[in-house]
Design a protein around this ligand. Structure first.
Ligand code: GRG
Length: 297
């Protein structure tokens, strides 16, 4: 399938599912829920749930298991959205624009935005721990633990803490790699691993998809560093040039633009290598790896 069509179809599928999960869980009326819904539906590429689903599709065609992967991906998207809401707060990156629209705290105030993020994070675990999920309980618990680890202090939250502490300091490149791996890479890798587990993959497949996910997570953040330097606020839907303005270390700051592009490409190639030996070559995952390099926002 052509990758643009695949991304469009899956984005719609994810958004329809997110709508139905939010309505089923919360009922329609309250300012707090509205603040959660605002950031969840204001835009976004939905790359984490799409990767979760594509990973499951690489190991199973069973529609029941694919639905499990879809719900899992939606939970991860809720966590991603919470992280963006909190990242934009005045106490963190203090941004006015996200996904091309005003940031959550600009509309709902700081307390409202903190609570919207908290609500989304908690809702994600409600979804992951849902009763009656059509997978083995051990698998469901494995996914819950994986998502908790990837989002928490040894993953995204820890990476964010290191990132903030490192602003305007001259730390070595190895430290930047740790920040990238934890702040951004962990949740992307986890989306792919969780998709494989929801699809009831064999251990060897989980291992290969984990290595794919690690490489894709790194490629994604290197490209994010590049876009921050080379693109515009209009195209990105968030403030371009923000990394430099905040004294953040990035790949281009260490290596320059051209070398950074090569490093991103190498990470994409490493991801594709990890898929070698799959019974049927997971073409979509290969194409998604290329998309992550080619993306413009
Ligand atoms: C506040 C705990 C906490 C963590 C924040 C995700 C994050 C950690 C900070 C966001 C800062 C940032 C720009 C990170 C770079 C990579 C990244 C996560 C970009 C945004 O993800 P996309 O491109 O966004 O998938 P969309 O809007 O498409 O969902």
């Amino acid at each position: 399938m052509e990758i643009k069509k695949y991304l469009g179809d899956r984005k719609r599928l994810v958004e329809d599912k997110l709508h139905s999960l939010m309505i089923a869980a919360h009922g329609p009326f309250s300012d707090h829920i509205e603040a959660m819904r605002y950031s969840l539906f204001v835009g976004g590429k939905r790359i984490r749930p799409i990767l979760c689903l594509a990973s499951a599709e690489a190991v199973t065609g069973d529609p029941v298991l694919l639905n499990e992967a879809l719900v899992t991906g939606c939970a991860i998207e809720c966590i991603h959205t919470y992280s963006l809401i909190h990242d934009d707060l005045p106490a963190m990156d203090d941004d006015d624009l996200r996904r091309g629209k005003p940031t959550n705290h600009k509309l709902y105030g700081e307390a409202g935005a903190i609570l919207a993020g908290d609500g989304l994070l908690t809702f994600a675990f409600e979804l992951l721990a849902r009763p009656g999920a059509s997978m083995r309980t051990t698998r469901q618990l494995e996914i819950i633990r994986l998502v908790a680890e990837a989002s928490g202090s040894l993953g995204m939250v820890g990476g964010q803490a290191l990132d903030i502490a490192g602003e305007n300091t001259n730390y070595p490149f190895e430290h930047l790699k740790t920040i990238h791996r934890s702040k951004t890479g962990a949740l992307i890798r986890c989306a792919i691993q969780a998709g494989a587990l929801a699809g009831d993959a064999e251990d060897q497949q989980v291992d290969q998809l984990t290595r794919y996910g690690e490489a894709i997570g790194l490629a994604f953040q290197i490209v994010d560093d590049l876009l921050d330097e080379t693109s515009t606020t209009e195209v990105l839907g968030k403030s371009a040039g923000a990394d430099k303005a905040r004294g953040k270390a990035t790949y281009p700051a260490f290596f320059g633009i051209e070398e950074t592009k090569k490093l991103a490409q190498q990470a994409v190639e490493k991801a594709k290598q990890a898929l070698k030996g799959f019974d049927t070559q997971p073409t979509l995952l290969v194409q998604l790896a290329d998309y992550i390099y080619d993306r413009t926002h």
